[in-house]
Design a protein around this ligand. Structure first.
Ligand SMILES: Cc1cc2nc3c(=O)[nH]c(=O)nc-3n(C[C@H](O)[C@H](O)[C@H](O)COP(=O)(O)OP(=O)(O)OC[C@H]3O[C@@H](n4cnc5c(N)ncnc54)[C@H](O)[C@@H]3O)c2cc1C
Length: 405
């Protein structure tokens, strides 16, 4: 038994930083144990995770633990208050990534009572990105977590109410009022809402994938790549910019990185393709589709083989890498508005020129919006534009004549 929460992880792991930040934000005392510095800590992590290195692993004073928890799971485990202070706001923003937070800063500066609700930690994809080198104003680049923290502090300075670890499950509106329902069963009302729920990593959905996530199948090279230091081979799925970039990053840990691409050509930029071609130990296999992921026979539950079909000939071969990293695209986080808001064929939210969705008073901005460019600077720009459009919408609503009964 321990008398304080213990967080086991590594300094380079963004999910560990997120969990630590989450605990810190809630002012909950915890002890940090770096598995790279303490042999005993790695033993505890493996003991708690069927022999796997899953971090963060968080052990509670009652002896229970959670592994790789979302902030929502952690909040529930900790019995945290997850309800907002009011029930009625001027503006409710779903998603506390760069787009949503930017809108909140603009709105709060105009004295709009603003609530931001995020299912995970604030900062969105930017908050878990190792380094951002193309965001204007930071000539040396900036860490994603640091940029996210700065935007959050700016929103707090203007009195934006921020809820994290709370998912929105539905949005409805009638042109006068919007109703937002959360997974915690709360209903909040507002005169307008913004959906800025971004996107999440896509999976292959091949047999065996679910069981092996975290045990040889990963989605974040900076988070999990270092686990494979010294291994012979890593497979990267996806021949786009992310696949090649992350593959080149992973090469520092292993002898060989194999990029598997489903189509007959790489979609990555010419610059990245040249870099891959000129780097020893990088190989590219085109026209290959993953048919199944298989576990090792030794009972460890770890990835043993990837069954791959060569689409040109139909031939199936097995690869035996230490791990597979998937970079096959992103899916918009719009499941919670399916059937309520008009989506395009890729599931992105359709808006008009004023960023308004098919529900009057509900706007969308950032990566989740059809036509967005999936870049941080664009998400921030769309967040600012949405704030201005929402202001105009609210002004028009205020100017509507009131009908006396
Ligand atoms: C690994 C990686 C590296 C990147 N590198 C760069 C780069 O170098 N340069 C660049 O310009 N861009 C980069 N990007 C892209 C950039 O981070 C995104 O374009 C940007 O974060 C989009 O912002 P957003 O606010 O629209 O969405 P997101 O950042 O995705 O934020 C959306 C938020 O909504 C929340 N949410 C989702 N569903 C719900 C729900 N139902 N209820 C409540 N909240 C919900 C999510 O938890 C999330 O916090 C990178 C992205 C990744 C993943």
């Amino acid at each position: 038994m321990t008398d304080v929460i213990k967080v086991y992880g590594a300094s380079w792991c963004p999910d560990c930083r997120r969990s630590k930040r989450f605990l810190g934000d809630q002012r909950i005392a915890f002890e940090w144990h770096d598995i790279e510095a303490e042999r005993e800590s790695i033993r505890i992590v493996q003991e708690r995770n069927d022999g796997n290195n899953v971090i963060p692993t968080i052990v509670f004073p009652d002896g229970s633990h959670v592994s790789e928890p979302s902030n929502e799971e952690l909040a529930e485990k900790l019995g945290l208050e997850r309800s907002a202070m009011l029930h009625v706001y001027d503006l409710i923003i779903i998603g506390g990534g760069p787009a949503g937070l930017t809108t909140s800063i603009y709105a709060a500066r105009e004295n709009l009572e603003t609530l931001v609700i995020d299912s995970k930690g604030l900062g969105g994809q930017a908050g878990v990105t190792e380094r951002l080198d193309n965001y204007p104003g930071f000539p040396e680049g900036i860490g994603g977590a640091e940029l996210a923290d700065r935007i959050v502090r700016q929103a707090q300075r203007y009195g934006v109410e921020l809820l994290q670890a709370v998912s929105v499950v539905s949005i409805t509106g009638d042109g006068e009022q919007v109703d937002v329902e959360t997974a915690t069963g709360d209903h909040y009302h507002a005169r307008a809402a913004l959906i800025a729920s971004g996107s999440s990593y896509r999976r292959t959905n091949a047999p065996g994938e679910d069981d092996l996530i975290g045990a040889g199948i990963h989605f974040c090279a900076t988070c999990d790549g270092p686990f494979y230091k010294g291994a012979k081979e890593i497979v990267v799925l996806g021949g786009g910019n992310s696949g090649l970039e992350e593959g080149l990053f992973l090469k520092q840990f292993v002898d060989e990185v194999t990029i598997l691409e489903r189509s007959d050509r790489l979609a990555a930029s010419r610059l990245l393709q040249d870099k891959v071609a000129s780097t020893d130990g990088m190989r590219v296999l085109l026209d290959r589709e993953v048919k199944a992921f298989k576990k090792k026979d030794d009972g460890s539950g770890k990835l043993g083989a990837i069954e791959v079909e060569y689409l040109t000939t139909g031939e199936v071969e097995e690869l035996h890498p230490a791990a597979a990293f998937e970079f096959i695209g992103l899916d918009p986080n719009t499941d919670f508005v399916k059937g309520q808001v008009e989506l395009d064929e890729r599931g992105l939210i359709v808006t008009d020129a004023a960023l308004q969705t098919s529900i009057p008073g509900v706007f969308a901005a950032g990566d989740v919006r059809a036509g967005s460019t999936k870049q941080l600077a664009s998400a921030v720009g769309e967040g600012a534009a949405a704030a201005i459009c929402i202001r105009q919408y609210l002004d028009a609503l205020d100017a509507k004549p009131v009908h006396m009964m």
